[in-house]
Design a binder for this molecule. Sequence first.
Ligand code: DSN
Length: 415
Amino acid sequence: MHTADPELAALVDAEERLQADTLRLIPSENYVSAAVLEATGTVLQNKYSEGYPGRRYYEGQQNIDLVETLAVERAKALFGVEHANVQPYSGSPANLAAYLAFASPGDTVLGMSLPMGGHLTHGWGVSATGTWFNGVQYGVRADTGRIDFDEVRDLALKERPKIIFCGGTAVPRTIDFAAFGEIAREAGAVLVADIAHIAGLVAGGAHPSPVPHADVVATTTHKTLRGPRGALLMSRAAHAKAIDKAVFPGLQGGPHNHTTAAIAVALREASAPSFRDYAHAVVANAKALAEALLARGFDLVSGGTDNHLVLIDLTSKEVPGKVAAKALDRAGIVVNYNTVPFDPRKPFDPSGIRIGTPSLTSRGLGTADMPKVAEWIDRGVRAAGTGDEAALAGIRKEVAELMAAHPAPGLPLPR
Ligand code: DSN
């Protein structure tokens, strides 16, 4: 690459340095292993494979069928599911496949609203899922910041949705899959558990599994699961046919075989005992970080965390989320600005920032490091409020020193 396209190679090198030198706190990001990275760059990407193992529309599948079967079997074993489809290109197509399998345009679906912590594809208005379907949305209680199950049940029984989605992108607390399962059964709905954020925690035993309660489990593979950018759609055997038909030929063409291979590698890694340690360390770090932030006077949605994610409401600090996020970025701390429940501000300029511990845990940081991380965030937010660029530059230097002592998995890239 460096010889064939130096311009592009320089950008990749710069991104590698950025990922190495900064403290990456975006809860949906991670570092994959060298083996996962290697699999994504293999000749498997040269092959078309529409169909499923043993039932393809192209010849030459001697190896690809085995790769996909390996990924499927590993997903089934790791999550304890009866059926796994490893072909969805990412989380949004995986969720869309669930709509195609279990609902028709115009049908009602029930999901958590985006500003309350849900995902676009759970029926939010600007998404195709909220345009082509009647998206009814639930939220969290104002007093606890936790899901309001009375509201979920009332809406489910009144609206009789075809599908209920649980899970989200900014949910700092354990998702009560049993409660959702009960409501879905009562309402006659298919329950889709979107565990994209917490799949690695579920696999590592650090979050309860949705499998006994949900008809379908959807997840991306690149967040806490530490795989390539891809997705899994898992289900009970009874739904296998509908799921497979919805993914291909319903929504997609040829699967990305190099991604399938990398998913297989990641699933193998996630089944190792050390991954259980990783998953529990992610949660321990998030709890320690939340405690340290609370001690510094930060307001956290729901008052803390049970998982990998902390949602900070900066209203009392009088610094908007976007201003804080951009200042922290200049300080070498990468977060994203995020709405908080009942946010009076707009999504593009909200009141909060969202942070998480999957990446820093992959680099071997532990609970003893979290007070320092909280201190940097505190100093960074203050500096954002006063426009103190020198303070931000000082934090950046300290961050780079700690990061240099904790190399990231997969880095440096082989040359
Ligand atoms: N974009 C993902 C996240 O950051 O949570 C969700 O799709």
